[in-house]
Ligand binder design. Structure first.
Ligand code: FBP
Length: 568
């Protein structure tokens, strides 16, 4: 019998009672992979579904090898691969923001590659690939990281591989480590990067003229990488939204207990509002803003604020002086006047990049004001400093505004307080603000994400052993047993004008106004605003009645017969 001190010491270094138990959690696998104890690689064959976008002709010209090889046809598993390749050296990396389940993708790849092939981890992310920082992943590593959250095993970063010099560095890494394949686990930008790399590395990398295969895996808590019928959701979304829903549920319980606060809660999700709509469906908060609806209705900031203030006053008139407002992280970019301002700012900053980079922060507003249109100069001047400073902060390496740093929730609180006072000065409006973001990206994966990602890893590894390149692994039919499939990356590429250049990109999947989830939300939201009908989903469960629950928005949008998922 160990002492309390011994027990506590044993729990250090990722060995809490929970972490130790969760490593033993058995994971189901799609029937195609055979037994869960010893999953086998599958081979793939073309399906009848061919993917095209408005820019397919340009894509075919710029990605000739990839398009010719795949014909942009979706692949489905065609049976166990009894003749799978041996001796392959495969590198795996995380790219972009962390998302729960990433470790299980690595575990799935390692299991399916087996002892006949080598899996190498790249540290950290695309930057590690440029630097050639690779190490061999062992079976013991898999045992220690399985079912744990985060990307800490490999680390991640947001380097975009775009210059000739960077491509040359990637090639050098492939040669130095004698790589046969690279797996990129990332979101829309990272999978675009994967498509570009697949084409670049298609041939003539090794001395014998052969190339290096590249396979993508769909990750992002934002949920904006979705393809109808092929990719119901990216991994990490379920865990993040369940964590946020638990926290929002707790706050809702507090509002009804302490009876005095309005909580404005910003939820992560850089562009799309999938996270917010899911948390709204889970918790039924009084007000949930959906950025895409704001854009579709061309709502001004003042009109959004007015709608919130009207709910505050109406509830106060019924004696309800509390509530919760959910705010999607990306809202500000969808408000038409702010969208126009940000677009012009992006151009101005891009066109004067060197000069702008050398300015001290306090000098930046004055610098841009001289270059903006009169309308945008006036709008910028009307915004509080805490918003202006963030609008002018450094972009990420993909050129994106870092919206997670913009305190939109505080802006809405300040403007709503003013508007409530104008409508009825007697209404009490005490507020609290929150930003739920980083709390949700690295939690231990839900059973949905744990099982989904493990099967994505088995799929990615199988694609490599089947000699495929330029595909994104997917698992379809998540409520009916599930099956491994593969999406040709070039079939997803569109041309978009970004930061003054035409670029090939995978289009972000935004919340659609006519989606089943949106329609359900719209039909119920007036009731949720009028009275406290909220529910508290509680902590995520790996065992027990809620363990098999898939995201509500995914169930609605994929017309599932049930809220439960089924793999295997
Ligand atoms: P990905 O699209 O790379 O998955 O990242 C999404 C995200 O979680 C966004 O919701 C958020 O805006 C962003 O990451 C914040 O990233 P950072 O870690 O760079 O602050």
């Amino acid at each position: 019998m160990s002492t309390l001190a011994e027990q506590l010491q044993k729990m250090e270094a990722h060995n809490s009672i929970f972490e130790a138990a969760v490593r033993q959690l058995p994971l189901p696998v799609c029937a195609a992979f055979g037994s869960a104890a010893q999953p086998q690689a599958v081979s793939f064959a073309n399906t009848a579904r061919v993917l095209n976008t408005k820019d397919s002709a340009s894509v075919a010209r710029s990605f000739p090898n990839s398009v010719q090889a795949s014909g942009n046809a979706v692949l489905a598993a065609s049976g166990v691969n009894s003749n799978s390749a041996q001796g392959k050296r495969v590198a795996v990396l995380f790219s972009g923001g962390p998302a729960s389940g990433g470790h299980n993708v690595v575990c799935g790849i390692k299991r399916v590659l087996g002892n006949g092939n080598t899996l190498l981890g790249v540290k950290p992310g695309p930057k590690g690939l440029l630097q050639g920082n690779l190490f061999e992943i062992t079976d013991a590593d898999v045992d220690s990281i399985i079912n744990t959250g985060g990307f800490d095993f490999l680390g991640t970063d947001r380097t975009k591989i775009k210059s000739d010099e960077q491509f040359a560095q990637v090639k050098a890494t492939c040669v130095k480590h004698d790589l046969d394949a690279i797996v990129v686990i990332g979101g829309d930008d990272s999978n675009t990067n994967a498509a570009v790399l697949a084409e670049f590395l298609f041939k003539d990398v090794k001395a014998d003229g052969s190339g290096v295969q590249v396979i993508g895996v769909p990750k992002t808590i934002d949920g904006d990488l979705q393809i109808e019928g092929l990719l119901p959701i990216s991994f990490g979304f379920d865990t993040a939204t369940k964590i946020y829903s638990e926290m929002v549920g707790n706050i809702l319980q507090d509002t009804r207990s302490s009876l005095k606060y309005w909580h404005f809660i910003k939820l992560m999700g850089r562009s799309a509002s999938h996270v917010t709509i899911e948390v709204a469906l889970q918790t039924k908060a009084a007000v949930s803003l959906i950025s895409e609806e704001v854009a579709a209705r061309r709502q001004s900031l003042a009109s959004i604020v007015d709608e919130i203030a009207q709910v505050v006053v109406a509830r106060a008139n019924k004696g309800i002086t509390h509530g919760v407002v959910l705010v999607p992280e990306g809202l500000i970019e969808f408000v038409p006047e702010m969208h126009a301002l940000i677009a012009e700012l992006n151009d101005v900053v891009a066109q004067n990049a060197d000069e702008f980079a050398n300015l001290h922060d306090p000098a930046k507003p004055m610098f841009v004001q001289n270059l903006l249109s009169d309308e945008n100069t006036e709008l910028l001047a009307s915004l509080p400093d805490y918003i202006v400073n963030m609008l002018l902060a450094e972009r990420d390496s993909h050129g994106n505004l870092q919206v997670s740093l913009i305190p939109t929730e505080q802006l809405l609180i300040d403007m709503t307080a003013r508007r409530v006072g104008e409508i009825d000065a007697g209404v009490a409006f005490a507020t609290q603000s929150h930003f739920l973001g980083y709390e949700g990206r690295c939690g231990a994966p839900t059973l949905f994400d744990a099982a989904y990602t493990y099967n994505l890893g088995l799929t990615a590894g199988s694609l490599i052993l089947d000699g495929r390149t330029g595909y994104m692994a997917t698992v379809t039919g998540l409520t009916g047993g599930s099956a491994p499939q593969a999406i040709p990356l070039t079939g997803l590429l569109n041309i978009e004008r970004r930061h003054g250049h035409d670029e090939f990109v995978i289009e972000k999947a935004l919340v659609k106004m006519d989606s089943a989830a949106m329609r359900y939300f719209v039909a119920r939201r007036a009731d949720w605003a009028a009275a406290d009908l909220f529910s508290s989903p509680g902590p995520r469960q790996l065992w027990g009645p809620a363990a098999y629950q898939q995201p509500i928005s995914v169930a609605l949008n994929s017309a599932s017969a049930s809220l439960s998922f089924k793999i295997g």
